[in-house]
Write a protein of this length. Structure first.
Length: 421
């Protein structure tokens, strides 16, 4: 007999017992079963959980009584949150691996959100996870990272039930119940999907990327594009997670943004995940010559120089040009990373322009980026296919050539992801 969908309700039942009890009742009324995990360290839970806080603490190798004094600071509350998060993650991973739960939900202020998010965001892409948090209207990147964790704004503090909190918590309960009940169907759809190819894109490389995308889709692939405004970190994460089957890294301004602390800094080194994963890839230095800041008056003085040839992309975004020395480093960086990748790989160079900034009439038309091209030619291993065309990156003939080049790498892969190509 097929079991009912199960939602795991995790959090601090000592300080938020009434709120968790209300959410549990809402979940049961929505037609799902509930599995409750207590992570509270300050006192007794408001009701009996299925997994108590002592068990969670034991998973993290700590004794619960060491934290029940409520001491603040690095050795007290901070350590308790960190360790209980580690223990919760272990409990949740076991439940998911045993297929005993279909979604997880929790409630938190600042400390509770830290505790829950540390465990939830590591459960893997596609597993439903939701936190109702007082931090959801603020910067959520520290909690969400590159995961698909959902955060709902608590509106008020999570401290008591009233006409506002009941609506917020009730809607969250109904939402996660729906996610749990639909999980099997969504998972089946995902498993039946076509191979997924990632393509990096910037506004000034969009025409070329869209041409490549249409060719890939016509060939039977699914395509996910990543806006190279820092989202490249998310792409790297998904490659590491095994969610991406192939890569056309068409757009690389995040490299120089990372080096020069631009606003599109991904916070990590780009092009690393393909080395770790070995997926088929084609690399193009699209927009690699630039990095970005906000409006002109936000550019640090050290970069607001004639050499940088500041280009106003729009009123809130400026693009700055790499120096000749940086162009050499960029070309070497690209080639060295491709050299290290163990999977099928190739490189394409659009000698007529790395993006639309090089189009006739544009501010950077005629800018010499030969040092980048020369560095690629000099550094790339001779056994790696390199194509060069006197085209702009957005010209149809170049995009078509990159598609053809990727199909060669796809055909050379060791283990086909599906019956495409």
């Amino acid at each position: 007999m097929e079991r009912k969908a199960v939602v795991c309700l995790a959090g601090t039942l000592d300080t938020k017992g009434a709120e968790y009890a209300y959410v549990k009742d809402c979940l049961l009324a929505a037609g799902v079963d509930v599995h409750v995990i207590d992570c509270g360290v300050l006192g007794e839970p408001g009701f009996t959980p299925d997994v108590d806080a002592v068990q969670v603490a034991e998973r993290a190798g700590i004794r619960l009584e060491d934290f029940q004094s409520g001491v603040e600071g690095a050795g007290g509350r901070v350590l308790a949150v960190t360790k209980m998060s580690e223990g919760l993650q272990q409990v949740l991973e076991e439940l998911v691996s045993q297929d005993r739960i279909d979604a997880v939900v929790g409630l938190g202020g600042t400390g509770g959100t830290d505790l829950l998010s540390g465990a939830f965001k590591n459960l893997g892409l596609g597993f439903p996870k939701l936190i109702v948090s007082t931090m959801a209207s603020n910067n959520t990147r520290p909690y969400v990272g590159h995961s698909d964790l959902h955060m709902a704004n608590a509106v008020t503090d999570i401290a008591g039930l009233n006409s506002i909190s009941k609506q917020v918590l009730g809607n969250a309960a109904n939402g996660v119940a729906g996610m749990a009940m639909g999980r099997a169907r969504i998972r089946a759809q995902a498993e039946a999907s076509k191979p997924l190819i990632a393509v990096s894109m910037f506004g000034v490389t969009t025409p070329g990327v869209m041409r490549v995308r249409s060719r890939l889709e016509a060939e039977g692939f699914e395509v996910v594009t990543f806006h190279a405004v820092g989202e490249g970190a998310g792409m790297e994460h998904l490659i590491d997670q095994g969610a991406i089957d192939g890569l056309i890294d068409y757009t690389l301004p995040e490299v120089l943004n990372h080096w020069n602390h631009g606003i599109f800094d991904p916070g990590c080194e780009r092009m690393e995940a393909a080395i770790r994963s070995g997926i088929p890839q084609v690399v193009v230095p699209g927009a690699m010559e630039c990095f970005n800041f906000g409006a002109v008056d936000t550019i640090p003085a050290e970069f607001n120089t004639p050499e940088r040839n500041v280009l106003v992309h729009n009123p809130n975004i400026t693009s700055l040009l790499a120096t000749p020395e940086e162009l050499v480093k960029l070309g070497e960086y690209l080639a060295e990373h491709v050299n290290q990748a163990p999977g099928p790989k190739a490189v394409g160079l659009p000698l007529g322009g790395l993006d639309n900034y090089f189009k006739e009439g544009s501010q950077w038309h005629g800018v010499d980026v030969t040092p980048l091209f020369d560095a690629v030619r000099r550094t790339l291993d001779p056994g790696i296919e390199l194509i060069e065309m006197e085209s702009n990156i957005n010209d149809a003939e170049f995009a078509d050539a990159i598609f053809d080049l990727f199909m060669k790498q796809w055909a050379a892969r060791e283990q086909p992801a599906a019956a495409v190509g």
